[in-house]
Design a protein around this ligand. Structure first.
Ligand code: NAD
Length: 510
């Protein structure tokens, strides 16, 4: 594929020794009780980059005990907002200090471009700072209109011990969308990062310790969904599970957490549409479509993997998208100019390819790509930028999360038809509209079934703005004040003023 922009010169050095990752339990770094370990091989460079302890039930049990005892002991849960905020601000500064180191490991484990990893780490420290501000502004309600003899208060209290389970696609960013908010609320946590990307969560644990967060507040257990993640969702000592990952695992977690009626917050998959009207600024729209599908190699819950283009401009739009796709630098993630790196595993690469082949067998047209990409000098797995048209809305490639750099193109004639296609989906994470007509944009924003709607932009996010999905994309919200609320319980305190209550047992009946 010489007509693609393939980058293959590494400018950074891969560390000579793998990163050694252990569990953080009650303030001490520990091996697994049974001594088991696992290794992570870089998906781009094919070398072992992390050697991690492989947790078992004993390790989870110890971590949950530490989190439970620390929460119940009460110093952390009852600390002032000012105190907790101070710790979070220190962690943010330490993340900034360690940005290069964290970004390198994030890139080596996930295959994402180093420039993107650095930007993500910067975004993560901003999340810690924002959560610190929430810790100081957290408050409940007072009700002064319940009658002259009554005063009501709603106190906000930390929910308790929180299990945090994260995926591999944005390991450091996603743990930072959860942990600082849980800590701001006064919760204690047990964290399990994905088995593909344990290193950066371990570094975060080190930074929490260095910032002085008390032992037992932040605990980390490394390992696989079975048994580590599963035990974190069933243990009676856990009050809440916050999970980001696939819809299938999310559903399994809802079932297992139901046994003890834990609160469950879920950030799951998406098949996110962008609708392009003929009056749109097409240059910006093409750029956003290309960004939306290739950012993080399409391994993004928010990937804009489904575009719905007005048929009047469809052919021109597809051609411009194909032309711009050829210019996106794919290749070595360690090269600072690379915009799209490796696919997370060979199995996932096959899954992406199977979606494409099945679509072709069903009559779809491959307008670009549709096969693996070889990057000179690298042994990892890469996939070509791929654009597929001539699709029907019932095909798996249109309905399911491909989670790769594969764009599906549908067409429409009317706004009604476009909204019908947008909403005819199991997922409801995000949706976008491109039009210079504000009425079109507002109509779309109101009617699209999605947790986030973007108009004339794609994938912009801010700590202040809540994020989450509807339908099978999840439940609950992260970020914004909603993100803090997830970790809080409301307690009602009702107070009588004076002795005004008429006795229930009438003295005349005594
Ligand atoms: P995954 O569901 O396979 O794994 C996520 C985490 O769950 C991992 O840590 C894994 O070890 C753990 N796990 C697996 N089985 C478990 C079980 N039975 N009980 C408890 N934990 C278990 O997801 P993934 O492949 O790591 O990530 C990709 C998925 O994440 C995609 O579907 C993507 O859309 C989704 N995602 C969603 C968002 C969002 O905010 N909505 C963000 C990023 C990723």
């Amino acid at each position: 594929m010489s007509e693609l922009n393939v980058v293959s010169i590494s400018e950074a050095q891969i560390p000579a020794e793998p990163f050694e990752a252990r569990h953080l339990i009650g303030g001490s770094w520990q091996e697994s009780a049974d001594g088991a370990v696992f290794e992570r091989v870089s998906p781009s460079h094919g070398t072992v980059v992390t050697r991690a302890c492989k947790g078992g039930l004993k390790d989870v049990d110890a971590a949950i005990s530490a989190a439970r005892e620390t929460f119940d002991q009460g110093d952390w849960a009852r600390a002032s907002g000012k105190e907790r905020s101070g710790f979070l601000l220190k962690v943010a500064d330490l993340i900034d200090r360690e940005r290069e180191r964290i970004a390198l490991l994030e890139t080596l484990e996930s295959g994402k471009p180093i420039s993107q990893a650095k930007a993500e780490i910067e975004g993560a420290s901003d999340l810690w700072r924002y959560a610190a501000s929430l810790a100081r502004t957290m408050h409940g309600e007072s009700h002064n209109s319940l009658g002259s003899d009554m005063l009501g208060m709603v106190l906000k209290e930390p929910i308790g011990v929180v299990s945090i389970i994260t995926p591999w696609n944005f390991p450091f960013l996603i743990v930072s969308q959860k942990l600082p908010f849980a800590l701001a609320a006064g919760c204690t946590a047990v964290i399990k990062p994905s088995e593909m990307t344990p290193a950066t969560t371990v570094i975060l644990g080190e930074l929490c310790q260095e910032a002085g967060i008390p032992d037992g507040v932040v605990n980390i257990v490394l390992g696989y969904g079975d048994p580590v993640g599963a035990a974190m969702t069933t243990d009676t000592r856990v009050d809440m599970v916050t999970f980001t990952g696939s819809t299938g695992v999310g559903k399994a977690i809802v079932k297992s957490a139901a046994q003890t009626l834990k609160k469950v917050s879920l950030e799951l998959g998406g098949k996110n549409p962008q609708v392009i009207f003929p009056d749109a600024d097409l240059e910006s729209a093409v750029d956003a479509v290309v960004f939306g599908i290739y950012f993080n190699a399409g391994e993004c819950c928010n990937s804009g993997s489904r575009i719905i283009v007005h048929e009047e401009i469809a052919e021109e739009f597809i051609q411009r998208t194909v032309d711009l796709s050829r210019e996106v630098p794919f290749g070595d993630p360690l090269d600072p100019s690379t915009k799209v790196g490796a696919i997370i595993t060979p199995e996932h690469q096959n899954k992406i390819d199977t979606y494409v082949r099945e679509a072709v067998e069903s009559g779809a047209d491959v307008r670009l790509g549709g096969a693996s990409l070889s990057v000179p000098g690298l042994t990892g797995h890469f996939y070509q930028p791929t654009v597929i048209s001539n699709l029907k809305n019932d095909m798996p490639i249109v309905r399911e999360e491909v989670f790769g750099p594969v764009l599906s193109v549908l067409t429409f004639k009317t706004l009604e038809e476009a909204i019908g296609l947008v909403n005819d989906a199991e997922y409801g994470l995000s949706a976008g509209v491109w039009s210079e007509n504000v009425h079109t944009c507002l109509e779309f924003a109101r009617r699209a079934q999605a947790g986030t709607v973007w108009t004339n932009t794609w994938m912009d996010g801010f700590p202040e703005m809540p994020f989450g999905g509807v339908k099978e994309s999840g439940q609950g919200r992260e970020l914004g004040k909603y993100g803090l609320d997830e970790f809080l319980e409301a307690k009602t305190v009702t107070m009588r003023i004076g002795r005004t209550r008429a006795p229930w047992v009438d003295p005349r009946d005594r």
